[in-house]
Each structure stands twice: as C-alpha cells, then as structure tokens.
Write a protein that binds this ligand. Structure first.
Ligand code: NDP
Length: 349
C-alpha cells in the first residue's frame, strides 16, 4: 500500500513503479448504452477493454458510484455519442500507469472517468486520489462526486458559517445527506425537504434542524421557523418541482444554487424575477467548473477523504447492486426509492 498524505499539495499519495508489461484484458463486461432512453437501455455487454493514453491510468474497477447525472447521460439530456459505456466515478486498483509513476495495485478513487460502469476504465490521472485501507470500497466508490459537490456548494458557491442558514432539497439523497452534514459542521442552520417519513428521519440523523415536506407553502413554512427572514442560500438539486419555492424562500440578496434537475429542468425564466425577490443571486453550478482551477480537484477531494477518515462525513450506502443490475439501480434512483448513496459492485474486495 502506498503512503497516504491527504494534506500534501500535489496529492502526493503514490509511489513509483515499473510499468507492467501485460495489463489489459482483451474484453470485459460493462454497461453499454447503444441508444438513449429509459433504464432498459442499460445493457450488460462484453466489450473491448480500454487502453490508456499517457494522461490516463488503467484501473480494475471494484465499485462504481451511481449518480443522478448518469441518468441524464442515459436519457440523452446530456450528450454523449453512442455507443458509450456509462458512469463517472468509482474505486479500484491501478493496473497500469503508462508514465510508470503509480504502482500497479494502488487503490484509488476517481470522479469524471467516463465509462466507470465496467470491469476496467481509463481514468484521467488528474482526477484520482489514493484510498487508504480504512475506507470501505463502497464508500470510496461513491464519496468523491457527491462529497466534492457538497464541498463546493458550502465552501465556494455560498460560504456557510456560524449564523448562516440554508435550505436543502432532496435532503436524504446522496448529495443531500452529505451536504447536510457539511453545512452543520460549518455552523449553519439547515432546513431540509424530503418526501417520506423514512427520509425525514435520515435528514434529522444527518443533523438537519428542521425537515419539511414538499408543498406549495414550503417557503412560508420555512420562513415561520426563521423569523420571516428567509434563508441565506437554497441548494436545490430537485429543479422544476421546487424552483419557484426556492425563489420564494431565499432572503433578499441571498443565493439560489440550482445544482440539479431530479424532477426535470427548470423552464426558461425572466431575469426580472431576481429583482422581484430582492436582488437575489441565481447560479447553475457544476462540479466540473468548481474543480477546474489548478489544484482544486485535489483540494476538494482530499477534504472529502480526510473528513471520511476523521468520521466527520458518514456516507450512507443504502444499496449495492451487481454491475449487471445497473438498470435496476437507475429505476430505484429515479423512482425515489433510494436514500443516501448507491453503488454497483464490480469486484469483491
Ligand atoms: P439523489 O440521491 O438525491 O436522488 C434524487 C432525489 O431527488 C430523490 O431521492 C428524491 O428525493 C428527489 N426528487 C424530487 N423530485 C423527484 C422526481 N420527480 N424524480 C426523482 N427524484 C426526485 O441523487 P444525487 O445525490 O445523485 O443527486 C442529487 C441532485 O444533485 C441531482 O439533481 C443531480 O443531478 C445533482 N448533482 C449536481 C451536481 C453538480 O455539480 N451540479 C453534482 C452532483 C449531483 P425525495 O423523495 O426526498 O424528494
């Protein structure tokens, strides 16, 4: 196992190795999309194994994280040319580094390696972190995309702190539970919105101060709890169904971070609405943009890894599916049956 140094500026967590001569499988199993559509288009197929460029590492995938964004690619809301292998994040062991810097067998986690629902994937070398032994593979395979999203929302889009308040939609989802824990650790008051009793309990368990149900009177209910002021920031990953309430519930000059569209995309709007609600700020942020600066991916990723090691972030893995059952995982996610994070198991530990 390589040394692990979460505080190092370059994420210097790897040791040197001779490149291995024979590394790639001829073929592998993967979840392929040949035409976009519903969960049924996710096909467990035998395909050629990938070959890494110099800027990539070839990795044997242990666990692939399942994220809502995967459903946007599957449906064709986000463009990818077919056929493609779906999935963006995961954890597994390095098989081959063409530059010979990272030893075969090193356990890594990554985000934004397209094709992660597979037995092998090529991962951009600037999107990996080393995974220490104490982090279970199911957590490692799902911690980066959701964890870094929570990090940039709470530290970048709107810096939370003591006395600040936020509203989090889908508060018991993958991002929602992590966002709640991070917001609380920064000292903020957290209002959360969920759809069921079970989710309400989970949101409270993550530290939410007050948990609500979706309704057209949501903004009014939240305002009753904070002296009529409105919240400093709304983190809205639900989109179409909640957007109007998000505008209503934010305080004058507050921020609405519309970071997702689980209920569908928000239709075009009149910017004058931002004036009407008191000069509010609206942003539609992405993890790509918020990890694009020099060192930013490592800074956010290491913050997440360290918080997991320290026990400050508890990733709840509510379901683990075999790779071949990716379609069921997508169905459960989109039918709102899941809580916390869900993963695909590709290899046993
Ligand atoms: P979740 O685990 O949060 O699953 C989505 C949740 O959304 C559901 O569990 C459900 O919770 C809620 N929801 C509300 N309305 C609907 C609906 N009509 N259909 C389906 N779900 C609904 O998923 P993730 O944590 O993976 O992602 C959450 C959001 O964050 C997504 O919109 C995703 O795209 C976004 N995201 C954005 C990123 C960015 O950088 N911009 C990065 C990562 C994620 P409930 O039943 O409680 O309402």
């Amino acid at each position: 196992m390589p040394p692990f140094s979460p505080a190092s500026e370059d994420g210097g967590a790897f040791c040197c190795a001779e490149p291995s001569a024979s590394f790639s499988l001829d073929t592998m199993h993967a979840i392929q999309v040949t035409t976009t559509g519903g969960p049924e288009v996710l096909t467990y197929a035998e395909v050629d194994s990938p070959t890494p460029t110099k800027e990539q590492l070839l990795v044997d995938v242990s666990v692939a994280g399942v994220n809502y964004i995967d459903t946007y690619y599957r449906e064709g809301i986000y463009n990818a040319s077919v056929p493609f292998i779906i999935g963006l994040e995961g954890t597994g062991r390095v098989v081959h580094d063409p530059q010979g810097e990272i030893a075969p067998g090193t356990m890594v986690a990554w985000d934004h390696a397209f094709g992660s629902y597979a037995e092998q994937v090529c991962v951009p070398r600037d999107r990996v972190v080393a995974v220490p032994d104490e982090i279970p593979s199911a957590v490692a395979g799902s911690m980066l995309l959701q964890g870094m999203t929570a990090h940039y929302l709470t530290h970048g889009v709107y810096q939370l702190g003591e006395g600040a308040s936020c509203l989090i939609t889908a508060g018991a989802g993958g991002v929602g539970l992590i966002l709640t824990q991070m917001a609380k650790s920064l000292g903020a008051t957290v209002y959360s919105v969920v759809s069921t009793d079970e989710k309400e309990e989970l949101a409270y368990g993550a530290g939410a101060d007050c948990v609500f149900r979706y309704s057209s009177g949501l903004a009014e209910q939240v305002r009753r709890h904070n002296g009529g002021r409105g919240v400093d920031v709304v983190y809205d990953g639900v989109g179409k169904a909640t957007f109007n309430e998000s505008l209503e519930v934010v305080r004058p000059r507050g921020t609405v971070a519309l970071f997702g569209a689980a209920s569908g995309p928000v239709p075009p709007m009149d910017p004058q609405l931002l004036n009407k609600h008191g000069s509010i700020f609206l942003t539609r942020p992405s993890l790509g943009a918020w990890t694009s600066q020099e060192g930013e991916f490592q800074m956010r990723a290491q913050a997440v890894v360290q918080a997991v090691i320290d026990g400050d972030l508890d990733f709840r893995i509510s379901a683990e599916y075999p790779l071949a059952e990716a379609a069921q995982a997508h169905r459960d996610l989109q039918e709102r049956k899941t809580t916390g994070s869900i993963v695909l198991r590709v290899r046993e530990d």
